[in-house]
Write a protein that binds this ligand. Structure first.
Ligand code: PGA
Length: 255
């Protein structure tokens, strides 16, 4: 069974007190029969405080990034064990902002995925093409390269702890989401890669999220598509009202 996930990527937003207030409010709002996994990805500075108040049966959480080394002279970096020590269970790896603003390579992302898994964190691995790549007809080529590099060190016994978020870069923070058809096509392609590298069972059970300008007004039509197993939400996850609305819409679509 594929796990449905609605995750909020807060990016560089919210102080500790704002984060705690958000999680408390969200928790209160989740007092219904929840059939999916809700995740939040706060900034590093809020992880510890959230770990102390979160009800993990309702909300899981993790970090937006990590470094692949376990410890040492890596000024400014955070290890998987540090995230775990705050209670985090997940980590976003390879977000397009890490790739394109901070210059993270496919190789680095592969090492981060490996390190996260070895430390017992579940990586949410982001892949997706830029606008010029889509316009040049290179979408599948880019996704394929990112996929194979990200999972280079992941054997079949570890793959079930991973989640993929397909996030076309041109849709992130732009208000222009991929159409349900575009999302579906990319998700099918990724599932095909999972089948090729692993097997049909892995592909069938794997959770692939869509991310890029998801909001209450478009999540229904996106989630209706086969193969879209939930969302990684940026902007609309910053307010409890809109994040909760997305969660409720998706939850109501589950039997
Ligand atoms: P957005 O961001 O929903 O604001 O487009 C998504 C993401 O970057 O994960």
């Amino acid at each position: 069974m594929r796990q449905v996930i609605v995750a909020g990527n807060w990016k560089m937003n919210k102080t500790v007190s704002e984060s705690v207030e958000f999680v408390k409010e969200l928790q209160e709002g989740l007092g219904f029969d929840l059939k999916l996994q809700v995740l939040v990805f706060p900034p590093f500075t809020s992880l510890y405080s959230i770990g102390r108040i979160v009800d993990k049966s309702r909300i899981g959480f993790g970090a937006q990034n990590m470094y692949f080394e376990k410890a040492g002279a890596f000024t400014g970096e955070i290890s998987a064990d540090m995230i775990k020590s705050c209670g985090g269970e997940y980590v976003i790896v390879g977000h397009s902002e890490r790739r394109h603003i901070f210059g993270e390579s496919d190789e680095v992302i592969g090492r981060k995925v490996k390190s996260a898994l070895e430390s017992g964190l579940k990586p949410v691995v982001c892949i997706g093409e830029k606008l010029d790549e889509r316009e040049a007809g290179k979408t599948e080529q880019v996704i394929e390269r990112q996929f194979y590099k990200a999972f280079e060190y992941v054997q079949e016994d570890m793959i079930e702890d991973c989640v993929i978020a397909y996030e076309p870069v041109w849709a992130i923070g732009t208000g222009v989401n991929a159409t349900p058809e575009q999302a579906c096509e990319a998700h099918d392609f990724v599932r095909g890669l999972l089948e090729k590298k692993y097997n049909g069972g892995v592909a069938e059970n794997f959770t692939i999220l869509y991310g890029g300008s998801v909001k209450p007004g478009n999540c229904k039509e996106l989630f209706e598509k086969n193969g879209v197993d939930g969302f990684l939400v940026g902007g609309a996850s910053l307010k409890v009202v809109s994040f909760l609305e997305i969660i409720k819409i998706v939850n109501n679509m589950l039997v």
